[in-house]
Write a protein that binds this ligand. Structure first.
Ligand SMILES: [Zn+2]
Length: 264
């Protein structure tokens, strides 16, 4: 039985409203002992805190504003996040970063929200939970001067290749791998990079309800991803790295504990 930590699941998503308890029970039965719930807005972060408080020691959360919602980041947002982060259920600032693929918020708003959250993470001495898509160079340029002031950082849902990986490792980031790795076609460059992630920098996540692994042997009835499928992701990662699955499982758990300051 695994003892895994899903470092990124969007458990406040409304697709879980009807059966969230059952989802968590199935996750525990599948060896996913702890989950970090992703905060994507102030409202979602408040909801995440309520989930965590009902399940102490099992659920933790991040508090932040996703680049998709960066247009909503105003003068009150930093102080709202600061007061949320005083709650010990919050183990990181984020998710925050840049997403120039979807561009749901104007790029200038994304830059401002990202910069403000990096400052907040440094001030609060919390690690950052980072999102980057199609914005690699600018993301690195913004992160680099702040990196020394940050308690820790993880590039969540890494989908890049060896070149992007090198840049992230140079910034001493942890690297979050999702079920994207199970997609032979779309995940080709990630699959090429996975063997090069140092074992002490590797963390795993489902990004549920998104990114259902494509190669599940028993397909669920819907496309909704759940934390219980994390064990499958770990098996695929271990196979690509040609390492025993329990070695990878234990390392990712120890890494997540170190990154987020969780008790082992
Ligand atoms: Zn993300």
């Amino acid at each position: 039985m695994f003892d895994l930590i899903d470092i990124g699941a969007n458990l406040t998503h409304d697709s879980f409203d009807s059966d969230r308890d059952a989802v968590l029970t199935r996750a525990a039965e599948a060896g996913v002992a702890r989950i970090v719930v992703t905060g994507t807005s102030v409202t979602a972060s408040v909801q995440a805190a309520a989930l965590c408080e009902a399940r102490p020691g099992k659920l933790f959360a991040t508090a932040g504003v996703h680049p998709h919602h960066a247009a909503d980041f105003d003068t009150h947002t930093s102080s709202a996040l600061r007061s949320l982060l005083a709650n010990p259920v919050f183990v990181a600032v984020g998710e925050c970063g840049l997403d120039f693929f979807r561009d749901y918020s104007p790029r200038d708003a994304q830059r401002r929200a990202f910069a403000a959250q990096l400052e907040l993470a440094a001030e609060m001495r919390k690690p950052v939970f980072l999102h980057e898509r199609d914005a690699h160079d600018e993301f690195v340029a913004m992160l680099k001067p702040m990196r020394a002031a940050l308690a820790g950082a993880v590039a969540h849902c890494f989908t890049g290749g060896p070149k992007e990986l090198d840049a992230y490792l140079e910034l001493d980031l942890y690297v979050g791998v999702t079920g994207w790795v199970c997609d032979e076609r779309r995940g080709a460059q990630l699959r090429a990079a996975v063997p090069s992630i140092p074992l002490d920098r590797l963390v795993v996540e489902t990004d549920a309800p998104y990114l259902l692994p494509r190669d599940l042997e028993r397909k669920p009835q819907t496309r909704r991803n759940e934390p219980r499928f994390l064990a499958h992701v770990v098996e695929r990662v271990a196979a690509l790295r040609e390492e025993p699955v329990d070695v990878v499982a234990q390392a990712t758990t120890a890494n997540a504990e170190r990154l987020f300051g969780l008790r082992s």
